[in-house]
Structure formats: structure tokens, C-alpha cells
Design a protein around this ligand. Structure first.
Ligand SMILES: [Mn+2]
Length: 326
């Protein structure tokens, strides 16, 4: 893992990209790594291939960004927090034949780059980066610390998921020592809800249903819900958690049923439920407890009904797994 610095010295300038619909870990990784590269004397541009949630825009202060339709593809590409090269979005995918470096923590990562720093056990991509920086005694400036903290806080569900460990808190300690103020990061991420997000939340709660003997909860919002509330794609970030947090539910599923695609997010109570495997049947992926897929092709009218049946079958097959051994 410590070869990150050797790799970064191979070129003078880079493009960095994360996944579409960027979340805190994606943004934190982009900002932290690009700031590190510039601190090392190199140049680096973050490719903005999707709308950055407004509450996270401040993290990009002073970070050179480039729109996805103006990419200089002569610069080597670094992908962060992407399990698959598809996740970078169509424009970036078309611009590049090869990826210089892939840094990620998804168990399903298919190591698509020339160089891969992939650790499926890490709680977040920012945790991987933080460990490397701390291990190499890199002087972590406040902007880098804030970005890393944002990613770690959001991908561990505010330091709550099973992926949260003593190591997570030790890294957080270093970041706080470097100037990060936890309450400010929390407020940015979780106390910036818009009314249109809450209006969407009403619809999520209204459409919620439990089936498979109480083991699966599914809800959805539709294109017209987005239109009527004026919500943007990022306004539904984290909605899937409401489906998973119900008592007795083993797997939660949240669907965005849009005009030309369905986005499915899945969360499981524990690793044995392997929602990443379920998502992979539909061309998606992720983590054992958190996964999803995007269905772009014209889908059958009864797709959601078939999904319900398949989900219940999957949960019945996997909930008998010996959880004690995981
Ligand atoms: Mn992540």
C-alpha cells in the first residue's frame, strides 16, 4: 500500500475521478488525494462528472476541477471509490482506454487499472488514504483532514456501522489533531436538509412496504415525485437506510423509478446477507451490507414485482448463513 507515493511520482499531472452521484467518501477521496498531489509538487484536476451536493461544495475550495466534457485525456487517470470503471460515468469512460491508478474499498472491485490499491476490508476509500498518509508521516493539512474525515464519517454511517473499529477512531483522532472539527463536519453532512428532501421523504414513507415475512422492506420514489418536489438526485442520498432500520427487517431496498432507468439501493443487517451478490445479478455491485445497481435498458412492466420475488428468495437463502463465523 505504501507504494502510493512512488506511483504518484511517475507523472507530473493527473486527473482524478470518483463515481457518479458523488457521496462523502467519493468527494473526500478526490479532495484529499488531489491536495496531496499538489502538496508533492504535482498538478491535479478533479473531474466533476456529476452534480456535487451543495453542502459539500466548500470542500473543493482551491481544488482545480474540470467538467467531464472538457477532459484532457493525455493526463493519467486516477479513480477513487469506484468498484468498476463503469461507475465513472459515460463521458470519462469514453475519454480513457486505461486507468493509471484505482484506489477503492469495494469488495467487488475488479481491479480495472494498471495499478490497484484496493482493500475490501477498509471502511472507506478515505480510510485507505488516511492510513497511507499517516503511515508515511505525511503532514496532513486541515483541508486534507476535513476531506478524509467527511468520507470516513459518512461511509461508516456516522461512526456506527459494523465497519467502524478502533482503527477508525484512531484515524479520526489524527484528523482532529490536524484541525478537523467534528461538529462542523457533522453539521455540513447531516444538518443541511432541504424541504424538498423532506417532501421526498414523505413519499418514501408512504410507499414503504414490508414483505417476505417481515424480512424485507422496499420503498420507491418516481420521476413524478422528483418533478413535483423539485428534488435533485442528491436529495435522496441515504434514503435506503430508512428501509433497513425497521425492526425485524434484514434487507432494505430503495428504488428510484425514473423515466429511463431504475436505481436500486440495497442495505443489509449483516455481511452474511451479501446484497453485493444480489446486486451483481443485475449488473451492479458494492459491499456485503451496502450495494446497488442501475438498470438502464427498457425494463418490463413487472420488473419491480420480479425484484420483490427475487429479493425474498435471496434473503431466505442467505439469512440461514452462519453469522457467528463472519
Ligand atoms: Mn466509499
Amino acid at each position: 500500500m505504501n507504494n502510493l507515493f512512488q506511483l504518484l511520482r511517475k507523472h507530473e499531472a493527473y486527473n482524478i475521478v470518483g463515481h457518479v452521484r458523488p457521496d462523502g467518501d467519493c468527494i473526500g477521496s478526490e479532495v484529499a488525494l488531489s491536495t496531496v498531489i499538489r502538496a508533492l509538487g504535482g498538478q491535479c484536476y478533479v473531474i466533476c462528472n456529476d452534480a456535487i451536493p451543495p453542502n459539500f461544495v466548500s470542500f473543493f475550495e482551491g481544488v482545480p476541477c474540470v467538467p467531464a466534457d472538457k477532459i484532457d485525456n493525455s493526463l493519467p487517470l486516477i479513480c477513487v471509490d469506484c468498484s468498476d470503471f463503469k461507475r465513472v460515468g459515460q463521458l470519462v469512460k469514453l475519454a480513457y482506454d486505461e486507468v493509471f491508478l484505482n484506489i477503492d474499498h469495494h469488495i467487488s472491485n475488479n481491479k480495472f487499472a494498471l495499478n490497484n490499491i484496493v482493500n475490501g476490508d477498509a471502511a472507506s476509500t478515505t480510510e485507505i488514504l488516511a492510513e497511507i498518509l499517516i503511515g508515511n508521516k505525511f503532514a496532513i493539512a486541515k483541508q486534507i483532514a476535513d476531506a478524509l474525515y467527511l468520507g470516513i464519517m459518512t461511509d461508516t454511517g456516522r461512526f456506527a456501522y459494523a465497519s467502524t473499529s478502533l482503527k477508525t477512531f484512531k484515524i479520526a483522532e489524527t484528523l482532529i489533531s490536524s484541525g478537523t472539527e467534528p461538529y462542523k463536519m457533522y453539521a455540513l453532512a447531516y444538518e443541511n436538509n432541504t424541504l424538498r428532501r423532506y417532501r421526498m421523504l414523505e413519499r418514501l414513507l408512504k410507499n414503504m412496504e414490508i414483505f417476505c415475512e417481515g424480512r424485507v422492506c422496499l420503498s420507491f420514489v418516481t420521476e413524478s415525485d422528483f418533478e413535483e418536489t423539485g428534488a435533485a438526485a442528491f436529495d435522496t442520498e441515504g434514503f435506503v437506510n430508512y428501509t433497513r432500520e425497521l425492526k425485524g427487517v434484514l434487507v432494505g431496498c430503495f428504488l428510484e423509478i425514473r423515466n429511463d432507468f431504475i436505481k436500486c439501493s440495497l442495505r443489509a443487517l449483516n455481511k452474511g446477507l451479501r446484497v453485493d451478490l444480489f446486486a451483481s445479478m443485475f449488473g451492479g455491485g458494492g459491499h456485503p451490507c451496502a450495494a446497488g445497481f442501475l438498470k438502464h435498458d427498457i425494463f418490463e412492466n413487472n420488473f419491480v414485482e420480479r425484484l420483490r420475488v427475487a429479493l425474498c428468495e435471496h434473503v431466505k437463502n442467505f439469512c440461514g448463513y452462519d453469522h457467528a463465523s463472519i
